[in-house]
Design a protein around this ligand. Structure first.
Ligand code: ADP
Ligand code: TRP
Length: 321
């Protein structure tokens, strides 16, 4: 079974990205043949800063590897290193109904947020369909926000198969409803666009600063509090060992939970939790040449599959003459 997912190279990685995206993808290494890639062509729809995009692409690769993605146990590459995908994207766009794209929430949301309504932004789901179909992926683990894009990919595959003969595997979205939405330090969903993140690879001082800034209410220490409504507790529970978590829960329920102490404890827990990834991340950034080489090798493997699919497609649509 082929499992495929892409991630945008989108700046500093936070604990929401870790639980919502990286960890689920890393866990898929054991469940089949994993194809994991960094979607820099998609990022180009919103990032127009060449140096920034280069840096973020490499950083995303290093973050992923530092957190446990093993390039020896999956195919790991950068999207634009397999140019065939843009060729397939064009071919697919010629059979994609406008209405299908016009209905996409993600496009409308991005435009509402002020992102320029370019053709690339509008055609984003077609490129994503090409990403998935060119590798003949069976399963695509994504967040809830990507569900509609997966439906578009399936619709396009069906349309193509009907018009030109069975060519593409119909991909299935894997959406894990148990993946928690991690709250930010202000209680809204953690997101870099809200400036409420706890970043994973930051120094001890700034980590402490962001944890100490977690918003809490003003209930006195000795009074009972509802842990499930407490933003600090909801972050703490993602990292604390089970035994300690149940002690802290009791303190909330029966009185005695002091936010300041719990925050300091959380700083230590987080620092320990990411100790090994931090060390690996430092090793990787000391040798970017090695990371680039790994990505090149990954692209070569991915490309074999992409070329094979595109060959069939070109034959079927009449581009081989
Ligand atoms: P941000 O909101 O910080 O810009 P992105 O939109 O780039 O993050 O999200 C990248 C990935 O991380 C997506 O797959 C998304 O589902 C996941 N993700 C982002 N924030 C959270 C969160 N607070 N909780 C769980 N998953 C998240
Ligand atoms: N659109 C996805 C996101 O923003 C990223 C993506 C691009 C992707 N191509 C993909 C995800 C192919 C899965 C499969 O998260």
């Amino acid at each position: 079974m082929k499992i495929l997912s892409g991630i945008q190279p989108s700046g500093q990685l936070h604990i929401g990205n870790y639980f919502g995206m990286m960890l689920p993808m890393i866990n898929h290494m054991d469940k089949g043949e994993l194809y994991a890639f960094i979607v820099n062509l998609h990022a180009l729809t919103t990032v127009h800063d060449p140096e920034g995009l280069k840096r973020q692409t490499l950083n995303a690769a290093m973050d992923f590897m530092a957190l446990g993605l093993n390039p020896e146990r999956c195919v790991f590459w950068v999207q634009s290193d397999v140019p065939e995908v843009t060729e397939l994207s064009w071919i697919l766009s010629t059979i994609t109904p406008m209405g299908l794209l016009e209905r996409c929430h993600s496009y409308k949301d991005k435009v509402a947020k002020g992102i320029a309504a370019s053709h690339g932004l509008f055609a984003y789901p077609v490129l994503m369909a090409a990403d998935i179909l060119i590798y003949q992926a069976d399963k695509v683990p994504v967040g809830k926000d990507q569900k509609q894009h997966l439906e578009v990919a399936r619709d396009i595959a069906v349309k193509f198969n009907n018009a030109f003969g069975e060519t593409f595997v119909l991909p299935e979205a894997v959406i894990d409803d148990n993946v928690a939405t991690v709250p930010g330090i202000d209680g809204q969903k953690m997101s870099k666009s809200y400036g409420n993140t706890i970043n994973i690879f930051q120094d001890a001082k700034s980590l402490k600063k962001s944890v100490m800034a977690i918003k809490t209410d003003s209930t006195p220490v000795e009074e009972p509090k509802n842990p499930d409504r407490c933003n600090l507790y909801n972050i703490f529970k993602l990292f604390a060992p089970a035994e300690r978590l149940s002690e802290v829960r009791d303190l909330y329920l029966n009185g005695g939970a002091a936010y300041g102490y719990i925050k300091l404890e959380l700083v230590d827990i987080l620092w320990e939790f990411f100790r090994e990834p931090r060390a690996r991340r430092a090793e990787l950034s000391a040798d970017p040449g090695q990371v680039k080489e790994i990505l090149r090798q990954g692209a070569a493997k991915a490309r074999e599959q992409a070329v094979a699919t595109l060959d069939i497609v070109k034959e079927r649509v009449g581009l081989r003459y």
